[in-house]
Ligand binder design. Structure first.
Ligand code: CO
Length: 475
């Protein structure tokens, strides 16, 4: 088998997923772009000819409800109205949906159904452990609703993550019925020549389209895209220049220009892209002025290559240590991160595993004894409740943290009974649309705050509400 003839690489126009409405602002300005800021430019963006626009999911759902006091479902419907010709894409955390723990299958299925019904075309589904069992329900649901299901592998480095690991995964993804594969490099760890190797190897084992998603954090991303495109990758993720680079993606205009006049030419209109960039630039400048955009995240963070952790995780560690008045422990914690990661089976570091490993590392250093205190999430990982890891857990650590408890080995959600009816009952007083139960399922407290706020606003502007008969009602 070793001497089989390699397939020639097909040279065809490269497709682009534009991330400015999701990952780019999540990475640079804490997901604070509002629907109002997005809508005026949608018409122009719709004319570019993007493969898709990523505009929903990830942290946008949480941030909309929690900080912007916006209904994320309403945002999706408005974007759908505006984008007449462009596919809309979302990021979905497998069995965690857009939350931080595992949900029952009925909630996952309903969320997928409503996402597609409200306008999503492509669902990119990933799991922080790369445990494909955690993705199957979402993949099946998305197929049932006639959506495009893309399985994303969280890219990471480590003993377990060989070329064989990735190609084996690619074959299994094809077998599970997904429509495409994404390599999701959240930390910018994939360097250019490794991208050649990885894409070439994956292309040999699967006929599914392959999309590459990376971040500029370590400074190599646009070179990585160049090599990946030459090796036959089908789609790359980029962001309009004002929200590109740093912890975000390479700039759309730059990648478009790079491939101009080659077999990979996108054919996009640079003048149109320039107009779109002109629209986003003042939003970026404002964010710089208010401090929402920290110039630090715009540069190259070489530590991400050294410590192999995503940029967002580094800044989280800094703020966690600041809260504890222990900023001087930063490098000790950074050294502890890879050790904790190994103890927990060497998972990729992506939401929520990045938070779990990060917080446990802070605990281990601040308590002066490793695993003297374990977080609830660390316990859950070691009980197998997040799924299977690429490497076994450290048995001593497992013993210290969960004692004689028997870890589970089945798909974690097999043990979670249906929860939708119970959730419906809990939140029925707030319900104004079917989707409200899903907002509540993911973020119960935040959603209720939002529902109260929504009701209060309505009372204020509803003329009928003003038509009182002088009775005082509590509001
Ligand atoms: Co990303």
């Amino acid at each position: 088998m070793a001497d089989t003839v390699k397939k020639p690489v097909e040279k065809k126009p490269i497709k682009i997923t534009e991330t400015v409405l999701r990952d780019a602002h999540q990475s640079l300005i804490a997901t604070r772009m509002t629907t109002e800021q997005m809508l005026p430019i949608v018409d122009k963006m719709d004319k570019v000819g993007y493969h898709s626009v990523e505009c929903w999911g990830g942290a946008t759902f949480d941030a909309s409800l929690r900080f912007l006091k916006e209904d994320p479902w309403e945002r999706l419907r408005k974007l759908r109205d505006g984008f007449k010709n462009t596919k809309l894409q979302m990021l979905f955390r497998g069995q965690n949906i857009l939350g931080y723990h595992q949900y029952a299958d009925d909630v996952v299925e309903y969320f997928v159904q409503k996402s597609i019904a409200n306008g999503i075309d492509i669902i990119r589904i990933f799991d922080c452990m790369n445990d494909l069992r955690n993705l199957q329900t979402a993949v099946n649901a998305s197929k049932k609703e006639k959506g495009h299901s893309q399985v994303a592998l969280s890219y990471t480095l480590g003993d377990a993550y060989t070329l064989e690991y990735w190609t084996e995964m690619a074959k299994r993804i094809e077998d599970m019925g997904a429509d495409s594969i994404c390599i999701k490099d959240m930390a910018g760890l994939l360097v250019p020549y490794k991208a050649t190797e990885l894409i070439t190897a994956m292309k040999e084992v699967t006929s599914l389209p392959i999309q590459l998603h990376t971040h500029y954090t370590s400074g190599v991303a646009s070179m990585t895209y160049l090599k990946a495109v030459e090796a036959g990758v089908d789609v790359i993720d980029t962001a309009m220049s004002p929200f590109s680079m740093g912890t975000s993606q390479p700039a759309t205009e730059v990648m478009v220009e790079t491939f101009k006049g080659t077999p990979w030419d996108t054919g996009y209109d640079q003048n149109l892209l320039a107009e779109i960039a002109d629209y986003f630039r003042p939003i970026q400048e404002d964010a710089l002025k208010t401090g929402l955009l920290n110039p630090k995240v715009m540069g190259v963070n070489i530590k991400t290559l050294l410590y192999q952790v995503p940029g967002g995780m580094l800044s989280n560690l800094v703020s966690q240590l600041k809260e504890q008045g222990a900023e001087d422990k930063y490098y000790e914690v950074l050294d502890e991160v890879p050790r904790v990661r190994k103890d927990l089976g060497e998972p990729p570091l992506v939401t929520p595993s990045s938070q779990i490993v990060g917080t446990q590392s802070v605990f281990n250093v601040l308590m002066g004894e490793r695993y003297k205190m374990a977080t609830a999430e660390t316990k859950a990982v070691l009980r197998g409740e997040y799924g299977a890891t690429a490497k076994p857990f450290n048995p001593e650590v497992q013993k210290k943290v969960i004692g004689d408890e028997q870890p589970i080995t089945c798909r974690p959600a097999d043990l979670i009974p249906p929860e939708l009816d119970k959730l419906e009952a809990e939140m029925s007083q707030w319900k104004e649309q079917d989707e409200d139960v899903l907002s509540y399922a993911l973020f119960p407290q935040v959603a209720v705050e939002f529902f109260k706020d929504r009701e209060a606003k309505k009372t204020k502007i509803d003329p009928k509400a003003a038509d009182t008969d002088n009775k005082a009602y509590p509001v």
